[in-house]
Design a protein around this ligand. Structure first.
Ligand code: MTE
Length: 435
């Protein structure tokens, strides 16, 4: 038995939905949609759903024999094998250097599975034996300390869910022409995990920071010896030495056996494979805080130590390189985040910013994590430009692309947080555009 609605019934449902629009070009009140119940909404979303018919029930082959053996470490279904990081070709000149991206457009919820966490390495992934690794804490302290991995495991730990975003994320959208790419391809230097580890303040208090100290400088054990400076007040506030990622030992790509994790700040500061913390009375001015990870301004000066990530959002579905294959109801969904607090509001536009509607977000959003937003959208085959705009609890509002571009030199690629525009053609093709 086919449960499809007749043309007439569908037209009636569309009419009902149109009357519940919350902004131009098909954005629908979510409460109204839920009120329609399965009979209405279900048939609009999945036009070819069949009603259950017990007489025609086929028992598939996989239900007739026992399945495969248990395994030591799980892996995704072979039918989900396409859900992978967006990884570049190996770097022939500088092996191990580069970035792979989280496929944001293929994921749901807010947590990033460890195998899909984006990677950004400056000299590859060192193969560190935790038994031989040391974290040395020295400089302006009463008692320098050296910790083994085992030592750190004995300290009290905390678990916190935080996003991590590279300051070069979305940099492609600061260029002169809109790159034809997916949400993950443009914005995928962004992930979110539950990080578990030891609060840095616990270790600093044990070492006894001397009164004249005001910074720490941190170095990784990779061949890049990546170093970053962090003001002491942030180090004492919420920085952790992360040992676990979503419950399992932190992955080699993310800094095994330990990394600095600096919540809400540009990813570069979260030094992986952490081996040294020196307490100082000033920043070290490492390469990655002078010639890199500084923002060039239109007058040729540059901003330094711009740590906090700006308020930002991106629609992950529908998004670049997707095609809408049927007319009717779609859910517009995406992610929002801010380095200055929690997400308070996300608005969505389907008409290039002329009208906006509030997207649905879960209550009690935590600070410095990803927020999932959703809103129903009735696409009837017309052209559209989908946009999202986030506001955080500090009152910061995500800027339009043009406003962001006006603030910096055309050469700057860091800290891009302008509004993303996805154009939908009458054929349903979705493309990155500058609107
Ligand atoms: N730490 C070390 N030691 N070496 C690195 O190359 N890359 C930095 C930072 N910490 C890096 C590092 C950059 S630029 C970013 S964005 C984040 O780690 C990326 O973290 P991830 O690879 O776990 O996503």
């Amino acid at each position: 038995m086919n449960n499809n609605k007749s043309e007439l019934e569908l037209a009636h449902l569309h009419e009902q939905l149109r009357s519940e629009s919350v902004a131009g070009n098909g954005l629908i009140n979510r409460r109204h949609l839920l009120g329609l119940g399965l009979a209405g909404a279900g048939s609009l979303v999945a036009g070819n759903v069949l009603a259950a018919d017990a007489s025609g029930l086929v028992i598939p082959a996989w239900s007739k024999t026992p399945g495969r053996e248990l395994s030591g470490y799980g892996s995704p279904s072979r039918f989900a094998a396409g859900v992978t990081r967006l990884a570049p070709q190996p770097n022939a000149i500088s092996p191990g250097t580069g970035a792979s991206r989280t496929p944001l457009h293929l994921l749901q919820g807010t947590l990033t599975p460890n195998s899909l966490h984006f990677e950004r390495h400056h000299a590859g992934i060192p193969d560190i034996d935790p038994a031989q690794h040391r974290l040395v804490l020295h400089g302006m302290v009463r008692q320098p300390l050296a910790f083994s991995y085992e030592d750190l495991l004995a300290y009290p730990q905390v678990s916190r869910t935080y996003f991590l975003e590279c300051s070069g994320n979305s940099g492609a959208n600061s260029g002169p022409t809109a790159a034809d790419n997916s949400a993950g391809g443009i914005h995928g230097l962004l992930s979110c995990a539950e990080w578990t580890g030891v609060r840095l303040s616990t270790l600093l208090e044990e070492a006894g920071v001397t009164p004249e100290a005001s910074w720490i400088t941190c170095t990784g054990a990779d061949a890049a010896s990546l170093g970053r400076s962090v003001p002491l007040n942030k180090a004492m506030e919420d920085v952790i030495i992360a040992l676990y990622q979503n419950g399992e030992p932190i992955r080699p790509e993310q800094g095994y056996p330990m990394r600095l994790f600096v919540p809400g700040w540009e990813g570069n500061v979260s030094v992986k494979w952490l081996t040294q913390i020196k307490v100082t009375d000033g920043p070290a001015n490492f390469r990655d805080e002078t010639s890199r990870y500084t923002e060039l301004l239109p007058d040729g000066r540059a901003l330094q130590f711009t740590y906090s990530m700006g308020v930002k959002s991106v629609i992950t579905s529908p998004s670049g390189q997707m095609t809408l294959t049927r007319r009717g109801l779609h859910e517009v969904t995406g992610l929002a985040w801010s380095g200055s607090g929690a997400i308070r509001r996300v608005e969505i536009s389907a008409d290039g910013g002329r009208t906006w509607a509030d997207a649905h977000i879960e209550e009690n959003q935590q600070a410095l994590t990803l927020t999932r937003f959703r809103l129903p959208w009735l696409w009837e085959g017309g052209e559209a430009i989908l946009q999202s705009r986030a506001t955080d609890t500090a009152g910061n509002v995500q800027p339009a692309r043009a406003a962001w571009v006006a603030m910096y030199s055309p050469a700057n690629r860091y800290h891009y947080n302008g509004i993303q525009s996805w154009a939908v053609s009458a054929q349903g093709e979705v493309k990155n555009v500058y609107a």
